[in-house]
Design a protein around this ligand. Structure first.
Ligand SMILES: Cc1cc2nc3c(=O)[nH]c(=O)nc-3n(C[C@H](O)[C@H](O)[C@H](O)COP(=O)(O)OP(=O)(O)OC[C@H]3O[C@@H](n4cnc5c(N)ncnc54)[C@H](O)[C@@H]3O)c2cc1C
Length: 477
């Protein structure tokens, strides 16, 4: 008798799987499946892999991040994947004093030690305590089951601030905080989503911190490099990667899934759709989804990221960290993003929340002039830039916002219960399907691993739960 015959029978994995989206989530799922012997084809809309992780070469061999950049110790799955892909992290440089232009009297910016804004400390302490209380009350694995979920989901963060924040400094700082933390306009997110996001990311203190927190490190060479390494592993495991091929339709019968792109049709026993919710919802499904992937109040996360390149990080010689927080735009915050080699100097600016929409609507010349003028007011020692890069994530057609989708009033109650539910032979991944570290790289990795594990456990028919009305015969071409 063979050893195999003695082994209790486990369902075999699907023999073939299509993965839609070559961001971190899709590639994580694809590699996991391919390395378990599944034939995997990844269909990616862009001509590059990485999605919201994108690298920029600011000088020969010197890379920075135009998209996702930071990670912390609690991002354990991401760290494990980086190590498995032979990539290192580098600490985020934050030595020096901060600049704050928060009050009218600050003029062009006041310099202060540390990162705590020079506003009323009691008012800010109270604000943070209230946010922590909200986050602590959320059910992290299923926010829609939080006691009082319906009320919290009906209220926007702006409504909440209007009712709860009496001190002008708390009112001033709250939208800046939400913009920086979640790329959110408080009018666009529900209180439930805000509280969940803070909880899911490890709590407000962790999310907000550099040393010891979620911004402690960066990926050496850029976060996109992880996706490039994963793509290489996929090909090495016999997988196929087709870029420039957006999925238009996902159709399934009882026996297989067909994904249609402008170039043709692909068939497999299962599929993983690993794209942001607004884009997942734009794909046509047959049979149709019982619940959409995005609702009418689901919004694009709003951030424009600017990278201003100078020969050297000159602010360091003046005792400044490059960090700034500003009440007026376009640059609501800046940070030193100089590559670990020490040059060129890169000052990265974030335009977030409602300001991102206003700024994104300007002409390119106006955008550049406004950003440079503000950077010079904050850091008068800046020389003429040698590079200026702007990534308008709000209007990137294959991202539709960043850092992550914003769940508006009613979204969690409507979408939450089916966020990770299989649709017949189709699984959903992507950072917005992860209740752990939602919106972050770590969430993307965890979602990809979950989708792959689910398929590997589901057996050859791959149908975790039958999609209603699956035709028993293959669909017509
Ligand atoms: C400016 C910015 C800053 C950020 N900062 C951080 C940070 O510091 N730390 C952190 O952890 N996270 C950060 N994030 C968030 C992080 O980038 C995301 O959480 C993560 O990259 C999401 O990965 P994903 O695979 O879920 O989605 P994506 O990266 O969006 O991947 C989805 C992929 O699907 C493709 N696609 C879309 N539609 C289709 C279709 N119909 N057919 C085929 N392909 C399709 C897209 O082109 C894309 O490649 C940031 C994001 C941005 C943009």
């Amino acid at each position: 008798m063979s050893a195999a015959a003695l082994t209790p029978s486990r369902p075999a994995a699907p023999r073939s799987t299509l993965v839609v989206g070559a961001g971190l989530a899709g590639l994580t799922a694809a590699v996991e499946l391919a390395e378990h012997g599944v034939r995997v084809t990844v269909l990616e809309a862009r001509e590059r892999v990485g999605g919201r992780a994108r690298g920029l070469e600011v000088a020969p061999g010197r890379w920075i991040d135009a998209g996702a950049a930071y990670l912390g110790d609690r991002h354990t799955e991401l760290h494990a994947l980086l190590a498995a892909c032979d990539l290192k992290t580098v600490p985020t440089e934050m030595a020096g004093a901060s600049r704050f232009a928060l009050r009218d009297g600050d003029g062009d910016g006041a310099t202060a030690d540390g990162r705590f804004p020079p506003l009323n400390a009691v008012a800010l302490g109270d604000l943070f305590e209230r946010l922590e209380e909200l986050a602590a009350a959320v059910r992290p694995d299923a926010p829609w089951l939080t006691p009082d979920a319906e009320r919290l989901d009906a209220l926007t963060a702006a409504d909440w601030a209007e009712r709860e924040l009496a001190h002008p400094d708390a009112r001033l700082f709250f939208p800046l905080f939400l913009g920086e933390m979640m790329a959110a306009d408080p009018a666009k997110v529900s209180v439930l989503h805000m509280a969940f996001y803070l909880r899911s990311g490890g709590g407000l203190r962790y999310l907000n911190a550099f040393a010891g927190g979620a911004q402690q490190d960066r990926v050496a060479g850029g976060a996109h490099r992880l996706c490039e390494r994963l793509a290489r592993r996929l090909l090495d495991a016999g997988g196929v990667l087709r870029t420039g091929e957006p999925a238009l339709a996902v159709e399934q019968s009882a026996a297989e899934v067909t994904v249609r792109t402008p170039e043709g049709s692909y068939r497999a026993e299962a599929a993983v759709v690993a794209v942001p919710p607004l884009l997942a919802d734009a794909i046509g499904y047959r049979p149709g989804l019982p619940v959409p992937r995005a609702a009418s109040r689901t919004e694009r996360g709003c951030a424009v990221k600017l990278n201003l390149v100078f020969p050297e990080p000159v602010w360091r010689a003046h005792g400044l960290s490059g960090w700034s927080v500003n009440a007026a735009g376009p640059l609501l915050s800046t940070v030193d993003d100089t590559p670990p080699e020490g040059s060129p100097g890169v000052l990265t600016g974030f335009v977030t929340g409602a300001e991102a929409h206003r700024y994104a609507a300007l002409e390119p010349g106006e955008q550049r002039a406004a950003a440079l003028a503000q950077a010079r007011r904050l850091f008068p020692m800046l020389p003429e830039p040698i590079g200026f890069h702007l990534t308008d994530w709000v209007n990137e057609p294959w991202s539709r916002g960043c850092y992550a989708a914003l769940f508006g009033p009613g979204d969690w109650t409507a979408l939450g219960p089916t966020l990770t539910a299989p649709h017949g032979r189709v699984r959903f991944a992507g950072t917005e399907t992860s209740t752990e570290f939602f919106g972050l790289l770590e969430g993307a990795v965890r979602s990809g691993r979950r989708a792959a594990a689910d398929l590997l456990a589901a057996g050859p028919n791959a149908a975790g739960r039958p999609a209603a009305d699956l035709p028993s015969t293959p669909l017509e071409n």
